[in-house]
Design a protein around this ligand. Structure first.
Ligand SMILES: Nc1nc2c(c(=O)[nH]1)N[C@H]1C(S)=C(S)[C@@H](COP(=O)(O)O)O[C@H]1N2
Ligand SMILES: [Mo]
Length: 223
């Protein structure tokens, strides 16, 4: 690992929590067996609305020194990127307001995010024609995967702020991805590496029984 990739991790990976979620996936827990049209129904099946903002992760929260933080766009791109936080913050900024849906059944409406649209970063990196999938890696070692079509949507943002304030470390600061049309495990906190691929590469939860795509309205909790 290069020097600038070194980060301090605090906490411990919650092995028991990971194992119980794998068991839930095997048993199909929380499934209601119904689906819904997002236009007809704002709250996806089996979800309940919360007002607070729960914190969910593997138990390890990386403390990234802003001077060492990097966002890398690599793989099947014409122009690989390796941005410092200063360079990232200097890119054209956008805002989005959206609802988020965690597979553990909580949903939270009207989250206001500020950051850099995925489409803006892709326009800089210029994906090659063969790029069909994306593998995302975070500073806590977490990984997740998306199809290009799900990644390149206009609403998706690399967010550095939430509700008008700097994104707290517990929610993925300095920068997390927000992909609101899929369950929230597809929105990596502390994201650092975006790799464009020809073939799909399932991530942390996807290899532990979660659905490969995770559409909340189709109730794609488990695969
Ligand atoms: N790096 C990283 N990103 C992650 C996770 C994680 O463990 N590590 N957990 C995912 C899950 S399961 C959810 S529900 C959301 C939770 O985000 P929050 O803690 O801001 O609510 O982050 C997602 N992104
Ligand atoms: Mo989650």
């Amino acid at each position: 690992m290069a020097d600038e990739d070194e980060v301090r991790l605090t906490g411990q990976v919650k092995d028991k929590l990971v194992r119980s979620k794998e068991a839930w996936a095997r048993e199909g827990r929380l499934l209601t067996g119904s689906t819904a049209d997002p236009l007809a129904k704002r709250l996806p099946p089996g979800q309940r609305l919360v007002q607070d903002f729960p914190v969910l992760d593997l138990g390890v929260q990386p403390d990234v020194n802003p001077a060492n933080w990097r966002l890398r766009v690599e793989g099947l791109v014409m122009a690989p990127l390796r941005l410092t936080l200063e360079e990232f913050m200097a890119l054209p900024q956008s805002e989005r307001v959206n609802d988020i849906h965690c597979v553990t059944q909580w949903s939270r409406y009207d989250n206001h995010w500020q950051g850099v649209p995925v489409q803006a970063l892709l326009a800089m990196a210029r994906p090659k024609d063969e790029a069909r999938f994306v593998a995302l890696t975070s500073y806590d070692g977490y990984t997740t995967n998306l199809a290009m079509d799900d990644f390149a949507r206009d609403e998706n943002l690399f967010a550095h702020s939430w509700a008008g304030a700097k994104l707290e470390r517990q929610h993925g600061g300095p920068v997390r991805l927000v992909v609101p049309h899929l369950y929230f495990w597809k929105s990596p906190k502390w994201v650092t590496r975006i790799e464009l691929l020809r073939e799909d590469r399932p991530g942390f939860w996807e290899v532990r029984g979660y659905h490969n795509r995770g559409d909340p309205w189709m109730e794609e909790r488990y695969g």
